[in-house]
Design a protein around this ligand. Structure first.
Ligand SMILES: Nc1ncnc2c1ncn2[C@@H]1O[C@H](COP(=O)(O)OP(=O)(O)OP(=O)(O)O)[C@@H](O)[C@H]1O
Ligand SMILES: [Mg+2]
Length: 275
């Protein structure tokens, strides 16, 4: 989190929540929810207490991706998150299941985001991962104006149009002085009998990260098991037996932990006393 500008409302931390990581993108459909879900589960498997908030209020996918079919209870005014694969989850899909669309204006949207952040009993969390809708709209603004983030993970695919939009997403977070933990390139290549086929072009995510002077967090291949896991509510990271797909998300989680620690140290510099 960057310094507060004069006249800005102070951002309120969420009590008990150590790190807040937003997963965003410029373009839709690049795999934010897939990355958010597998990142959250991988962090939990590494021994951390993890929450996952669905910031996509109009198109919430986390209930399906995590295989949750239940309604959260409230204790007093506090909503109790549901639990899946070791992760505490809150999504609009729990409150509005089925195909009925929500037709709301901005203020309702902002109030739901605030409720999800502050009226859900997240308890003590090492990481709260927030799956954002695509782009640089209302939800992103509400979040970054009210809540101190550890940083944002920007997901892109290697195609030029996705990269173009990823740059905008990076700039949006930088403009409001929020840390960009890095860019992760999804659907980077297809593993075909041990050979990598870079169907959308090679190295675009890394090059964009270099241009924007933000860290590159890694490549995630396009793989049927990743799609099937999401559709079936059993993300690849959640399976017990070790697979190469789970390892890829575990590596991403370890990189994000490192970057989050570095960002935390920059936000709260340790005072070294010499002599
Ligand atoms: N690495 C991958 N390999 C195979 N399929 C993938 C991969 N990443 C994502 N997908 C699939 O691509 C589709 C879109 O992914 P996802 O819903 O995660 O994207 P999104 O960026 O969250 O989309 P939206 O912008 O609509 O929120 C899903 O069907 C998902 O299972
Ligand atoms: Mg999504």
């Amino acid at each position: 989190m960057g310094p507060q500008a004069p006249g800005e409302q102070p951002k309120l931390p969420i009590p008990g929540v150590q790190n807040i990581i937003a997963v965003g993108s410029g373009k839709g459909g690049v795999g934010k929810s897939t990355v958010a879900v597998n990142l959250a589960i991988s962090l939990s498997k590494l021994g951390y207490a993890v929450g996952l908030m669905d910031g996509d209020v109009y198109g919430p996918n986390l209930a399906t991706m995590l295989g949750i079919r239940a309604t959260p209870n409230a204790i007093g005014q506090r909503i109790q998150p549901l639990q899946a694969h070791g992760v505490k989850v809150m999504s609009m899909a729990f409150l509005n299941p089925g195909d009925k669309p929500l037709v709301w204006r901005g203020p309702m949207l902002n109030s739901v985001i605030q409720q999800f952040l502050r009226n859900v009993d997240w308890g003590r969390l090492d990481y709260l991962v927030i799956d954002l809708p695509p782009g640089t709209g209302d939800v992103q603004l509400t979040l970054i104006q009210t809540t101190p983030l550890t940083g944002a993970v920007i997901v892109t695919t290697p195609s030029d149009v996705a990269l173009e939009d990823a740059r905008k997403a990076v700039l949006m977070f930088e403009q409001v002085r929020e840390e960009v933990l890095g860019i992760v390139e999804n659907m980077s290549y297809l593993d075909h009998a041990g050979e990598r086929m870079y169907i959308f072009g090679k190295g675009g995510g890394r090059r964009t990260a270099e241009q924007m002077k933000v860290p590159f967090l890694g490549e995630i291949p396009i793989d049927p098991a990743i799609r099937e896991g999401g559709d079936a509510g059993r993300p690849v990271s959640s399976v017990d037996k070790p697979t190469w797909q789970a390892k890829i998300f575990e590596d991403l989680a370890r990189t994000v932990i490192e970057r989050a620690k570095a960002a935390g140290e920059r936000a709260r510099p340790t005072i070294s006393i010499s002599d």
